[in-house]
Design a protein around this ligand. Structure first.
Ligand SMILES: NC(=O)c1ccc[n+]([C@@H]2O[C@H](COP(=O)([O-])OP(=O)(O)OC[C@H]3O[C@@H](n4cnc5c(N)ncnc54)[C@H](OP(=O)(O)O)[C@@H]3O)[C@@H](O)[C@H]2O)c1
Length: 220
């Protein structure tokens, strides 16, 4: 794996909600790239071993503090936690960029998850109304954490990470962060197009490379 550290002026303060399989994996990749990562979790003290392993390149705090101090936030929490977490972070998040990796997983995510999966416009629109000021970008929602962990920065065609959001600058920022994590960003377009890589689509959980994701989504 070859990691090229980001330039000093490109370093970002990234708050990550959740430090599990996805949050922990992507956060580690960003910290290794030189970004300033803070995990927002319910029990920051439990992350001590992981932070020690990262050699001081990341920190942990309650979610609201991680969000308040961040330029950009990645959500990597269980889908069912959204109503509570959104209420907790809304003021601190304001209109910041929110990358959303969360996916409903029945039956784990209960009625909130089931309702999201039943939507015709895509699961993004179950989350968006909870945080109406945030610049929401669907990101890191399609690839298994084990693939993210083992395939980051690989040689040849990199793993494709589809992105969708209504704010172009937010999507461009997400794309830069996908590159910094070691993957190939594939911009699908506006948030409404995120449904094209929701659960049940060809792209979801496929491990496709960037060119394969572009072909599947019909992106030149
Ligand atoms: N695993 C994958 O390969 C994969 C791939 C794509 C997308 N996703 C999606 O990404 C999200 C995270 O998945 P994951 O596999 O990383 O889950 P995970 O390993 O179970 O980690 C979830 C994280 O969220 C925190 N959390 C749990 N309940 C919470 C609550 N009620 N409020 C706030 N924080 C809470 C957990 O911390 P504590 O419980 O310790 O507080 C933990 O740090 C899910 O929506 C999942 O569908 C997962």
């Amino acid at each position: 794996m070859v990691t090229t550290p980001v330039e000093q002026e490109a370093r970002m303060k990234i708050g990550i909600l959740g430090a599990g399989m996805i949050g922990g994996t992507v956060g580690r990749l960003w910290a290794q790239a030189g970004h300033d990562v803070t995990f927002g979790v319910r029990h920051p003290e439990r992350l001590r071993p992981m932070l020690a392993e990262l050699g001081g390149k990341a920190g942990a705090s309650p979610a609201v503090d991680a969000v308040a101090g961040a330029d950009v936030v990645l959500a990597a929490i269980p889908f069912r936690a959204w109503p509570d977490v959104a209420a907790e972070i809304e003021a601190a998040l304001g209109d910041k960029v929110l990358l959303d990796a969360t996916v409903p997983d029945p039956p784990r995510d209960g009625a909130f998850g089931d309702a999201a999966l039943a939507r015709k416009d895509g699961v993004a629109f179950a989350v968006a109304p909870l945080l109406p000021r945030a610049k929401l970008v669907r990101a890191f929602s399609t690839v298994m954490w084990t693939t993210l962990r083992s395939q980051a920065h690989r040689a040849g065609d990199r793993i494709g990470i589809p992105l969708a959001g209504d704010d172009e600058e937010a999507v461009a920022l997400a794309a830069r962060l996908v590159v910094d994590a070691g993957f190939d960003p594939v911009v699908a377009g506006r948030l409404a197009l995120a449904r094209r890589f929701d659960p049940g689509t060809a792209v979801f959980d496929s491990g496709m490379s960037g060119p394969e994701v572009r072909a599947a989504l019909g992106i030149a």
